[in-house]
Design a protein around this ligand. Structure first.
Ligand code: A5P
Length: 226
């Protein structure tokens, strides 16, 4: 990440604090934008509870003194802040480049409001523009899932990390599916989720309340679903 991008994300992270109030329960996303928010939250010293979407975000939050809770302690989240890999004009998303898609979707679904934090290069006219939909599968079911994904007309590749299969925080594998522009994201999500062994997909339809979009010049605008 260049220092310019880091500065923009830091500004975005600090900007998002205006939606946070003391004593709120906050969803803590995963990735660079979400980490910038967690950093800003930690430095704000606001007394909140954080529900992290990954072990990495949990470690970061704890290191900054943010009180971490789980969904069994606090089932309802006031507001969730997370990044995305693609955002369409309806605020449907593709997420999961960092492998945290399943917990991210659970936390987003538990939140009254879900704000997406992105730089403007993540905005797309149609989901799938960047070519990948991640799908989390239980290891035992991965061969079947790959075959059934191929029967849906998509090529998939088992995600690798440092020369080995990438393993999610849930102990599962990720199949990265090649897509070329998704005409019906809700249907593709449903079709993928109907495959035995699939735990979740990176397609988020109807979850986001708003996106805070940072431009290269450092300006931030709010985008609502069209
Ligand atoms: C993590 O699994 C992802 O969903 C991230 O939230 C997404 O990839 C965006 O990450 P960045 O903010 O690092 O681009």
């Amino acid at each position: 990440m260049t220092s310019d991008v880091r500065d923009i994300l830091d500004t975005l992270g600090r900007y998002a604090l205006r939606y946070v109030r003391p004593q709120m329960t906050i969803g803590l996303g995963t990735g660079r934008a979400a980490s910038a928010f967690i950093n800003a939250l930690g430095h704000s010293l606001l007394a909140v509870h954080g529900i992290p979407t990954s072990k990495g975000s949990e470690d970061l939050a704890r290191s900054l003194g943010i009180e971490v809770a789980s969904l069994s302690d606090l089932a309802r989240i006031d507001i969730d802040f997370d990044g995305a890999d693609e955002v369409d004009p309806h605020l449907n998303l593709i997420k999961g480049a960092g492998g945290a898609l399943v917990r991210e979707k659970i936390v987003a679904a538990s939140s009254k409001r879900f704000f997406v934090l992105v730089t403007e290069d993540k905005l797309v006219k149609k989901l799938g523009a960047r070519g990948i939909v991640p799908v989390e599968v239980v290891p035992f079911g991965a061969p079947l899932a790959a075959r059934q994904i191929s029967a849906l007309g998509l090529k998939s590749k088992l995600r690798q990390h440092e020369g080995a299969d990438f393993v999610s925080d849930n102990g599962n594998l990720i199949l990265d599916c090649a897509v070329k522009g998704i005409s019906n994201p809700a249907r593709l999500d449903r079709d993928l989720r109907s495959i035995p062994g699939v735990v979740g997909t990176g397609i988020f339809v109807g979850f986001a309340t708003a996106a805070l979009v940072a431009t290269k010049s450092g300006a931030i605008r709010m985008m609502k679903p069209r």
